[in-house]
Write a protein that binds this ligand. Structure first.
Ligand code: NAD
Length: 280
């Protein structure tokens, strides 16, 4: 298939990598040209590690990297069978992108969003093809994590669902079907836990290290909640909490004030070098 990936940040570059590894040709787009370049560097670094571990030959790694081509603009019609949008977690921005994708993609193409929480139904309604709009929520880091939450919007057709599920499975992922609701299943459950860990930290219940150690050793979580929030991106965590809070109209989902303050300060977690922890 010909795949267009929109957004070349940590998720978009990971999605481009797994699609190219499965043999698809990929166009990688971002509003920021530097993000496309950073995405390609990170893909080549990941593939290089696979070569070092003898999981891939150097030639195969080169072929995979060559299947990913930069696509600087979404101005003209593009030849793609599926678009996977992985731009920043902002409903207005995504709705505009979906309206644009509708104009430039061939009629048969599917437009999928990797959104963590935003309504797939609303993104579908921004297009003239809501039956061909679906959620494909990959997990971070994409090359490692097995799950893709496949989200049906209200108007998503069975044929679109079947294509998205098969596509995810051909990438070696396990597709789990869920219906459209704020945060779907994954972030409706995960994000309030991370937010609660931030409240505990803000209220001085424990240091970030103490809170993370309690959850790692006590609950057998592979990463502590604050470490995981840093890894996801604190801006993304805040955007998801806002969607849950507004979508359910329930104060139990209110974003932690410390999270708001950190995002306002530009402490976005690992990607900015500082969050609950500092990164080299
Ligand atoms: P990121 O900040 O690393 O990357 C986002 C990219 O989108 C940036 O490079 C930015 O320049 C680009 N962008 C912004 N507006 C754009 C536009 N109009 N057109 C094209 N590109 C645009 O964020 P990320 O962590 O990769 O998250 C991307 C999406 O994936 C979000 O919807 C997020 O909720 C979702 N997601 C994130 C995670 C995670 O753990 N970080 C996991 C699953 C899903």
């Amino acid at each position: 298939m010909r795949v267009l990936v929109v957004g070349a940040g940590q998720m978009g570059s990971g999605i481009a990598q797994v699609c190219a590894t499965a043999g698809h040709s990929v166009l990688l787009n971002d509003v920021d040209r530097a993000a496309i370049d950073r995405g390609r560097v990170s893909i080549e670094r990941n593939l290089g590690r696979q070569v070092e571990k003898n999981r891939l030959t150097a030639e195969a790694a080169r072929e995979i990297a060559d299947r990913i081509q930069p696509q600087e603009s979404l101005a003209a019609r593009l030849d793609a069978d599926i678009a996977i949008e992985a731009a920043s977690e902002d409903e207005q921005l995504k709705a505009k992108l979906f309206a644009r994708l509708d104009e430039i993609l061939p009629a048969h193409a599917i437009a999928a969003s990797n959104t963590s929480s935003i309504s797939i139904t609303a993104l579908g309604a921004a297009t003239g093809r809501p039956d061909r709009v679906i959620g494909m929520h990959f997990m971070n880091p994409v090359p490692v994590m097995k799950l893709v939450e496949v989200i049906r919007g209200l108007a998503t057709s069975d044929a679109t669902f079947a294509t998205a599920k098969r596509f995810a499975e051909e990438l070696g992922k396990t597709a789990v079907e869920v219906n459209d609701a704020p945060g779907f299943a994954s972030n409706r459950i995960l994000m309030p836990m991370l937010n609660e860990a931030m409240f505990a930290c803000m209220e001085g219940v424990g240091t970030p290290e103490a809170i993370d150690t309690v959850m790692k050793l006590g609950m057998n979580h592979p990463m502590g909640p604050l470490e995981l929030a840093d890894f996801i991106g604190l801006d993304t965590c805040l955007a998801i909490m806002e969607v849950l809070h507004e979508g359910f109209g329930d104060s139990k989902y209110r974003p932690c004030p410390l999270l708001r303050k950190m995002v306002a300060a530009g402490y976005l977690g690992k990607k900015s070098g500082r969050g609950f922890y500092t990164y080299a």
